[in-house]
Write a protein that binds this ligand. Structure first.
Ligand code: BF8
Length: 635
């Protein structure tokens, strides 16, 4: 069954057989039709910035070496990379902005559909931001937290982002500041690494990559890192922290993952996208007595809300909602014929779903003004009327249920159990309130180090293969694996987050996991929750009074697809964490950019990128980095 070049997931393989038989279009089939893909695009040497172009640089030196304006391959590659980082950062950060605005609305009483769910988290965030809490009303404190967050977006001063300054470990902050100063002294030119305003850093990239502005690869790469840091320690962090305040900080729980979470006898609502302000409400309203009765009235057992991708991760961790799959599962879920509604908000949604859904009774519902898809049903979400709109969406799914063609329904039976919800708070709680026990285990070599993985699915790679092999290889080597996003879904589906996965770990890690009753692979959330990984790294670094780049930590983005992954990779590197990537990023046509990112960054930032196509070799390299860092620390 697993003998399919498209996926290692048996549920996917079953669905792909149906797709082949029925002729359903899907990413794999459309990818084949795109072959051969443009080599200039793959190398990053295609420029479409002005109307004298498009220009392209021949990397083999047979054709033009400069664009019409004179731009070199390195300028073109660096500009394209910077724009990817700006788009990725903007996507995460704009998500964070909406959460901050919602917190403000809850605090001032203009939104009553949401509330402060986690008061302890509110206090912890306020304390971090030096907002006074003693003797003050909860909503007053929430208003102040929201204001600091919102101000981070529009800050017009030259000072660094407040969230970044308050959360980033002191040594890392000092290193980036010193780097800016030393570059100024040695070159006489300003190069910034510490972000100022979240919106500003993205606009800065749009400006400096306009025709005839910044052509210096180093300067463009530096701004890409700065903008990405405004995502990791800004927009994404704000999204995570404020979602925890509003929706609750996830706690450790056991859940189910894979297409088998769909139920033949229930109304199935799949939430897909990124913003839990919507998906958490849908999961909540599905439980209302009114909706339960409505479902029963059409002959269904219940309304079964399940998740896909990152918004799936959000409701998985907070509400224990079943996880239908990662990115490449989104079309496969529709092909089961058992999805009554797929409800999407923003990011990582294939527009092809509209056509596919039209072959079934499935309602494909878009909800965001920022993500409209031709062929879908648009039900505009408005957080000020969230309960009513979520209920309307559920009613739409219930109304679709009787139209289901039962003869076409096929749900693969596969599910795996996953223990998830390892926020920094839960990890510290398990360790007795301090990172010291984890540090001791690392120092005495029981655990060699920690690998943080985030990644998508990418049709260029067999679905989940890289995720599974890399993760398993790292565990074997006593490296604790933490992560988020579609990688986390892959790991959950593969059973790597089940307690039985302890058996796959090396002796040290296995003993620790057994003692704590945890799996060796920790699900920390959605992609904005990569900020949780930064915070864990930061907590350890601050505890030891060292820089993140001193710690035996390493990152990877296997099967990466999106511009958000570029931003995450760049803010890991900017935070001092080396990052593995596969497939190849579109930079190899620029030798100087490639050198900066894979070599020079090591010295300057303490984090750098490396690429490796083979998951076992990638694990070898990651282990090597961990061991080098251990010996540099003298442990
Ligand atoms: O933000 S892992 S495909 S779903 S980009 Fe998208 Fe990639 Fe999945 Fe979430 Ni992250």
């Amino acid at each position: 069954l697993n003998n399919d070049h498209r996926s290692v997931d048996p549920a996917a393989v079953e669905m792909l057989r149906i797709a082949d038989r029925e002729g359903y279009s899907n990413i794999w089939e459309r990818y084949e039709k795109q072959q051969p893909q443009c080599a200039y695009g793959q190398l990053g040497t295609c420029c479409r910035i002005c109307s004298m172009g498009p220009c392209r640089i021949d990397p083999f030196g047979d054709g033009p070496t400069h664009g019409v304006c004179g731009a070199t391959a390195d300028t073109i590659v660096a500009r394209n990379l910077a724009r990817m980082a700006a788009v990725g950062s903007s996507s995460h950060s704009d998500h964070g902005r909406k959460v901050a605005q919602l917190l403000r609305a809850v605090a001032n009483g203009s939104n009553t559909d949401y509330r402060i769910t986690d008061a302890d988290k509110l206090m912890a965030v306020a304390a971090r931001l030096d907002i006074p809490t003693t003797g003050r009303q909860q909503l007053e404190i929430a208003a102040d937290v929201a204001k600091v967050a919102i101000d981070c977006f529009g800050n017009q001063d030259e000072e660094p982002l407040v969230f970044l300054e308050k959360y980033m470990p002191a040594k890392r902050f000092a290193r980036l500041k010193a780097l800016e100063e030393s570059l100024y002294q040695t070159t006489g030119a300003k190069t910034g690494f510490l972000p100022r305003g979240i919106d500003r850093e993205a606009v800065d990239i749009l400006h400096r990559t306009h025709f005839g502005c910044d052509h210096d690869p180093l300067s463009l790469v530096a701004q890409s890192v700065r903008c990405s840091l405004s995502d990791g320690w800004g927009g994404s962090l704000i999204a995570t922290e404020l979602q925890d305040i509003l929706l609750g900080t996830p706690t450790i729980k056991s859940v189910k993952a894979n297409l088998g979470v769909l139920e033949e006898e229930s109304v199935n609502v799949v939430v897909h996208g990124h913003e839990p302000i919507l998906s958490a409400k849908i999961a909540e309203m599905a439980q209302s007595a009114e909706n339960r009765q409505a479902a029963e009235a059409v002959g269904a057992k219940r309304v079964n809300v399940v998740g896909l991708c990152c918004t799936g991760n959000e409701v998985l961790l907070r509400q224990g909602v079943g996880m239908a799959g990662n990115e490449s599962h989104s079309e496969l879920a529709i092909m089961t014929g058992a999805v009554d509604a797929m409800v999407v908000d923003v990011q990582c949604i294939y527009p092809a779903i509209a056509d596919l859904a039209s072959c079934f009774h499935t309602k494909f519902i878009t909800t965001s003004e920022q993500a409209k898809i031709p062929g879908s049903l648009h039900i505009q979400f408005d957080e000020h009327h969230a309960d009513a709109i979520a209920s309307r969406i559920i009613k739409t799914a219930i109304d679709a249920f009787p139209n289901r063609n039962k003869g076409r329904v096929y749900i693969p039976k596969h599910t795996a159990t996953a223990v998830v919800g390892f926020t920094v708070e839960e990890i510290l709680k398990a360790l007795g309130g301090t990172p010291q026990p984890l540090i001791d285990l690392i120092v005495n070599g029981t655990i060699k180090g920690v690998a943080g993985i985030v990644g998508c699915n990418n049709v260029k790679v067999q679905q989940d293969h890289f995720h599974r092999v890399l993760t398993t290889e790292l565990l074997k080597r006593d490296i604790l694996v933490i992560g988020t996003g579609c990688w986390a879904v892959a790991a959950a589906k593969a059973g790597l987050m089940d307690l039985s996965a302890q058996e796959l770990a090396g002796p040290g890690l296995k003993a620790v996991c057994r003692q704590l009753g945890i799996p060796p692979v920790l699900h920390m959330g959605s992609c904005v929750d990569c900020s949780r990984m930064l915070n864990l790294a930061g907590a350890i670094a601050d505890h030891l009074k060292v820089d993140i780049s001193d710690l035996p930590l390493v990152g990877s983005a296997p099967e990466w697809t999106t511009e958000k992954a570029v931003a995450i990779g760049a803010y890991f590197v900017g935070s001092g964490i080396p990052v593995h990537l596969w497939p190849l990023p579109p930079i190899l046509g620029g030798p100087e950019v490639t050198r900066i990112l894979t070599q020079d960054a090591k010295e300057v930032l303490g984090g750098w990128f490396f690429v490796e196509e083979d998951p076992v070799a990638a694990a070898d390299q990651m282990e090597r980095i961990v061991m080098e860092r251990r010996s540099a620390l003298g442990i």
